[in-house]
Design a protein around this ligand. Structure first.
Ligand SMILES: Cc1cc2nc3c(=O)[nH]c(=O)nc-3n(C[C@H](O)[C@H](O)[C@H](O)COP(=O)(O)OP(=O)(O)OC[C@H]3O[C@@H](n4cnc5c(N)ncnc54)[C@H](O)[C@@H]3O)c2cc1C
Ligand SMILES: Cc1cc2nc3c(=O)[nH]c(=O)nc-3n(C[C@H](O)[C@H](O)[C@H](O)COP(=O)(O)O)c2cc1C
Ligand code: SF4
Length: 438
């Protein structure tokens, strides 16, 4: 690369933009698991030998990081791509001292699906967390004729986005959330290894909603009376979804858990863990479990700096954890509901971490000795100390049904209407709130 850079300089190019690779590179380039600013070292090395300006990009989603790279002299220019899809006011907010109000790209790779998969329901390029991206003309915030008191139930992504839109329209907005924190399922979505960046979406809403005048009431379990006491003109029900447990014969004394419980930090029992369901949540939970007991980032840094062990030993410690994890999938293919750019890295992690994958395998029963499974008509029992279900979710809309009987203006949003992905919750919520209240 240094030779190329010198030749480019000799050929009088104005500046060089450095990247670690493209979307089919062996090492991930722009996924959430890539640490912010990871490829700055490449720019720095080339800049040491070149006089023309050097730009660096990939996972620089925060102006403070961009500024630090420039200050340290590691690059002359910062290139930001998805940052502007997630928030077209990225630069304006950075310049005006409002960087904490930037909706940072969470590197979920959904926008690239819009390009590569040409999904009929996606308009080319859009952004999971910015419902206006790519639709700036057709999805402008509508100005209402009247101001309403809007009560939103549930502070998951759908409820939070509805609150943002309603507040921007000038309505009086209250959110009721039963937990002591915001985010709903999105908190769990940000727990599997490499998805920590996802949490910044919750930070964003936490930052902007109070500034827009939204009242956030946590630890309030909404029911008909609680909602009535808020005197709503309009009620938006964004109560999300709950995990589904398939009706399987299960012997007493077996340890059966939901993936949500595992990701929330509840301990599993024993060494042999069987995860049932090879969708995105099942794959990520298997990776999460297989990584338990492996070398932490801090320990790796410490050992590398002190050359404490051979590289092969470190590699072994990074990939061999405390549990033997088996992942069962009834159909063919894993993580088919994952963004394409995240999927190949998830499959790679499953392999690297030694997760045993069994596709086209049906669970027949769960017993204290293990899980009885059937593959191609053959049944067998595999050892399991804990069985973890990741077999889909079902909408929580009972409260909606009750509210409908007492109030005229009640509407469902997000997973409570139809379980889906983040893009569905945010885009549906944006459109519906904008249309209903605008
Ligand atoms: C482990 C996991 C990983 C995921 N990973 C991804 C991913 O990588 N990409 C992606 O696109 N999507 C992912 N998802 C899906 C995504 O999180 C959901 O689509 C999204 O959170 C749905 O948002 P929502 O607001 O409709 O519902 P939820 O997030 O379920 O929020 C509902 C909220 O309502 C509250 N609530 C319910 N009843 C009441 C009541 N009576 N009173 C007050 N509050 C109430 C709940 O406490 C909750 O906070 C993942 C989900 C999980 C569980
Ligand atoms: C919608 C979209 C399509 C892209 N298409 C390609 C592509 O075909 N090949 C590629 O190597 N990079 C592609 N990129 C990567 C960008 O060119 C850029 O290098 C990268 O997104 C910079 O990182 P950042 O988005 O974290 O700022 C694409 C990015 C986006 C957002
Ligand atoms: S869709 Fe995801 S990766 Fe793409 S710009 Fe939006 S937040 Fe970033």
């Amino acid at each position: 690369a240094r030779i190329f850079a010198r030749e480019l300089q000799n050929a009088s190019v104005d500046f060089i933009n450095i990247t670690g690779g493209w979307h089919q590179s062996r090492v991930p380039q722009i996924q959430a698991e890539v640490p912010r600013g990871n490829y700055v070292y490449l720019a720095q090395k080339i800049r040491e030998q070149i006089d023309i300006p050097i730009a660096i990009g990939n996972r620089i989603n925060d102006p403070a990081l961009a500024e630090a790279i420039l200050q340290r002299g590691q690059a002359d220019l910062i290139s930001v791509a998805r940052g502007f899809l997630a928030d077209d006011e990225w630069a304006v907010k950075a310049r005006s001292g409002q960087a904490d109000k930037i909706r940072k790209c969470i590197a979920c790779m959904t926008c690239l699906d819009g390009v590569f998969l040409e999904k009929a329901d996606l308009p080319g390029v859009t952004c999971a967390i910015n419902a206006q991206a790519g639709m700036e003309e057709t999805r402008q915030i509508k100005k209402p004729r009247q101001q309403y008191r809007v009560v939103i139930i549930g502070a998951g992504p759908a409820g939070l986005e509805a609150a943002r839109v309603a507040a921007l329209q000038g309505h009086e907005v209250v959110i009721l959330e039963k937990e002591n924190h915001l985010g709903g399922q999105w908190r769990l979505a940000s727990i599997p290894p490499g998805k920590e960046e996802f949490y910044s979406l919750i930070d964003y809403y936490q930052e902007v909603l109070p500034a827009l005048g939204v009242q956030l009431k946590t630890e309030v379990l909404a029911d008909v009376d609680v909602v009535a006491s808020e005197n709503p003109d309009i009620i938006l029900v964004a109560t999300g979804a709950q995990p589904h447990t398939p009706p399987l014969p299960t012997e007493a004394g077996t340890q059966v858990m939901q993936a949500w419980q595992v990701l929330a930090g509840e301990p599993v029992k024993g060494e042999n863990i069987v995860v049932v369901g090879g969708g995105a949540t099942g794959c990520e939970t298997a990776i999460y479990l297989a990584e338990q007991g492996t070398l932490s980032a801090d320990s790796l840094r410490f050992m590398m700096l002190h050359q404490a062990e051979e590289i092969e030993v470190l590699q072994e410690l990074l990939t061999h954890g405390s549990y033997r994890v088996t992942l069962l999938e009834m159909g063919k293919g894993l993580a088919r509901d994952m963004a394409r750019g995240m999927r190949w890295t998830a499959l790679k992690h499953l392999r690297t971490l030694g997760v045993e994958v069994r596709e086209e395998t049906k669970v027949i029963a769960i017993g204290t000795k293990g899980v009885e499974i059937e593959t191609a008509g053959q049944s067998t029992t595999i050892p399991a100390d804990t069985v973890v279900f990741a077999t889909g979710v079902a909408s929580c809309n009972r409260l909606y049904q009750s509210l409908k009987e007492s109030f005229p203006n009640v509407h469902l949003l997000g997973d409570a209407l139809q379980p889906g992905k983040l893009i569905d919750a945010i885009h549906n919520s944006f459109e519906k709130t904008n249309d209903l209240l605008g």
